[in-house]
Write a protein that binds this ligand. Structure first.
Ligand SMILES: C[S@@+](CC[C@H](N)C(=O)[O-])C[C@H]1O[C@@H](n2cnc3c(N)ncnc32)[C@H](O)[C@@H]1O
Length: 275
């Protein structure tokens, strides 16, 4: 079979489509990455070129293909308790946060990928708050990609995915299961119940539909890096509006809040507090 080649003209069309609908800003040098990630899908659909694939995307008014596209384009790398320093910060500030919110905690893991981040939050809270389930705590976990959300919802992780987890957490919060003859771990229902998983596009999504209007903590880590400056600024402004008084915004260690210096004060490694 002949290898599909993504022509520059086709790439420009896809680049604009991806920016408009997913918010991801792909530099011109990403042409080979896009070709590599989409070629299989184009063939699978029986299409003969990336140009035909673009037309297919535009014609798909239900957005089903857009879901596939977001899964293929975005990078979903994540892990349990990623960015250790941020968890240490949270540990040392947890009691003052809880005192401030009077024991009611609303957390949003925006761009949660396959769920390791919200489950880490749930494990962390269970570990550090005595009688954790008696508190009014809710974690909302969203992502643009239905594919990663499916894994998140299953709460099942391979042995490899659990390697970054402390043995103690694994024993306490997971049960061993076999999936297609592979040894895996399933997160306990008690933790799963604390989390609501939803599909949501941070760039094009309708923020008016949020049931929860205010969050005490927002984790938006390792996704803004894919957006351009204006998109990042709009998003951070939204987070500011959606945070409760003195709420916290956690971002990825390779990301930065360049604007809004007066609205957020830096507290620690990529952690900002609403002023
Ligand atoms: C690298 S993962 C980060 C996961 C997790 N926050 C962490 O730091 O480990 C980036 C995630 O952002 C999601 N994503 C990309 N564009 C998005 C958008 N416009 N809206 C919501 N999520 C998006 C991807 O699907 C992917 O799961």
């Amino acid at each position: 079979m002949e290898r599909l080649v993504l022509k520059r003209k086709e790439f420009t069309l896809l680049q604009a489509f991806i920016y408009q609908h997913i918010g991801i800003s792909l530099g011109d040098h990403k042409i080979y990455l896009v070709q590599a990630r989409l070629a299989k899908r184009v063939t699978q659909l029986g299409l003969e070129s990336f140009g035909e694939y673009y037309d297919y995307l535009v014609a798909d008014k239900r957005g089903v293909e857009l879901e596939y596209l977001s899964s293929l384009i975005s990078t979903n790398v994540t892990s349990f308790f990623r960015e250790q320093k941020q968890w240490e910060f949270l540990k040392s500030h947890l009691s003052s946060i809880l005192a401030h919110t009077k024991g009611r905690l609303r957390i949003w893991s925006a761009a949660c990928s396959t769920g390791e981040e919200p489950y880490s939050l749930a494990m962390f809270l269970a570990e550090h708050i005595p009688n954790f389930t008696q508190y009014d705590i809710k974690i909302l976990a969203t992502d643009v990609s239905p594919k990663v959300l499916k894994t998140a919802l299953s709460g099942i992780y391979t042995h490899k995915a659990c390697m970054s987890l402390d043995e103690k957490y694994l024993r306490k919060y997971f049960s061993p299961v076999r999936v297609e003859n592979e040894a895996c771990y399933r997160i306990n229902d008690m933790l799963k119940k604390q989390i609501i998983f939803r599909e949501f596009n941070l760039v094009t999504g309708n923020y008016g539909l949020f049931a929860q209007k205010e969050f005490d903590i927002i984790f938006c880590r390792n996704v803004m890096i894919y957006f351009d400056k204006p998109t990042q600024s709009t998003l951070v402004e939204r987070f500011h509006t959606m945070l409760s008084k003195e709420g916290y915004l956690f971002i990825g260690s390779s990301e930065a809040l360049t604007d809004m210096k007066r609205e957020f004060k830096p507290r620690s490694a990529s952690i900002y507090q609403k002023v």
